[in-house]
Design a protein around this ligand. Structure first.
Ligand code: KG4
Ligand code: ZN
Length: 340
């Protein structure tokens, strides 16, 4: 089946067409025929974070051209599609509404089935578009600008939350630390690049929740780490920017991989998928590979383009639900606080 995916939950306007072989199976064969992303980074950069009103307005201006390009790149017209999938939540309500309304209008006009999917499920299922996707059950670590969570994927569409961040998301920590170091927004990729020339053992920053880790085994906390970097910069300056970036990044990646491996072991899972924007981080990928190899866990990392927000992951998750006969209700609207 061919599904068009539309994503407007935050600061990327994205659309894509995916082709899925056996969408009702537990490991569908799938590939993206197109994957068009317009990022609003430039719009929000001078504010150091996403401004919701500006995000909605930019989505409105970009969503139709992005959709056209996704269809053109895939070489299809609306009549060649089997369904439309749109992000219904979680995210910014005004931003989500743009995608939801466009999806509803297109589906009604072209008489196509429509489904509204959860953005986090989209991140988790992006791995199905890569060559070596695991068959469930597997453990999913979602690390993005808005979320840091561990899920047991028992079957496609069936998820059990094992842990969440108690304060900042991992990407948010990257962005906040980048801001205090004077780097552009969003800062994750800048820290990643600078860290490559630094010494990650130079400073030992807190990994979060060490004392409480027995009771909240799979939860995360990054606000203490951000404060520690802030205090360090205030007291010692940031002359050694590369070492500072590398040491901060090491603390985040250490905390993430340690808990992911521990959760996999605890839940008896032998495959780990890391997804979301922060999964594009080079040190996170390397450290996860090292730790998973030592624990005989197979590691699955979507390509960086499938890790950051995109329409293909929404189309993929939509295909899974459409194949099971699910359809959006006529009164479907955005659900900004939707928990998976
Ligand atoms: O998944 P995503 O595109 O959007 C959300 O759903 O939030 O994730 C964006 C986040 C931002 O915080 C960004 O700084 C971070 O992913 N990010 C990175 C890297 N590339 C993107 N963080 C660390 N290293 C990277 N290479
Ligand atoms: Zn995301």
């Amino acid at each position: 089946m061919r599904v068009l995916g539309v994503e407007t939950s935050c600061d990327e306007t994205a659309a894509a067409v995916v082709e899925v072989g056996d969408a009702a199976s537990e490991r569908p064969r799938a590939r993206a025929l197109s994957n068009v992303v317009h990022t609003q980074a430039e719009v929000h950069e001078k504010f150091g974070g996403v401004v919701p009103e500006l995000a909605s307005r930019d989505h409105l201006q970009r969503v139709l051209p992005v959709l056209d390009e996704a269809l053109r790149e895939a070489g299809c017209a609306l009549r060649d599609l089997d369904g439309i999938s749109v992000t219904r939540g979680p995210g910014l309500v005004g931003a989500l509404l743009v995608g939801v309304q466009v999806g509803k209008s297109l589906a009604a006009g072209a008489r196509l089935p429509l489904v509204g999917v959860n953005h986090i499920e989209g991140h988790l299922l992006a791995v199905l578009l890569s060559d070596h996707a695991p068959a469930p059950p597997w453990l999913g670590l979602v690390v993005s600008g808005g979320h840091t969570s561990l899920y047991e994927v028992r079957a496609l569409g069936q998820y059990r939350a094992l842990g969440h961040t108690l304060d900042d998301a991992a990407g948010e920590a990257f962005d906040k630390v980048a801001k205090l170091l004077g780097l552009p927004y969003p800062g994750g990729a800048h820290i990643d690049r600078l860290a490559q020339g630094g010494d990650r053992t130079k400073y030992t920053f807190p990994r979060g929740l060490s004392r409480r880790s027995k009771t909240v085994q799979f939860d995360f906390s990054f606000s203490g780490l951000k404060t520690a970097v802030q205090t360090h910069v205030r007291e010692h300056g940031q002359a050694d920017l590369a070492d500072l970036c590398a040491s901060f990044q090491e603390a985040v990646c250490d905390a993430l991989t340690l808990r992911a491996v521990r959760a996999a072991r605890g839940a008896g899972l032998h495959a780990l998928v890391i997804c979301g924007g922060v999964a594009a981080n080079s040190r996170l990928r390397a450290l996860a590979l090292e730790r998973c190899a030592a624990e005989e866990i197979s590691l699955h990392l979507p390509s960086p383009k499938l890790c950051t927000d995109n329409g293909a992951m929404i189309a993929m998750a939509g295909a899974v639900h459409l194949a099971r006969g699910e359809r959006a209700a006529a009164q479907m609207s955005a659900d900004p606080g939707w928990r998976l």
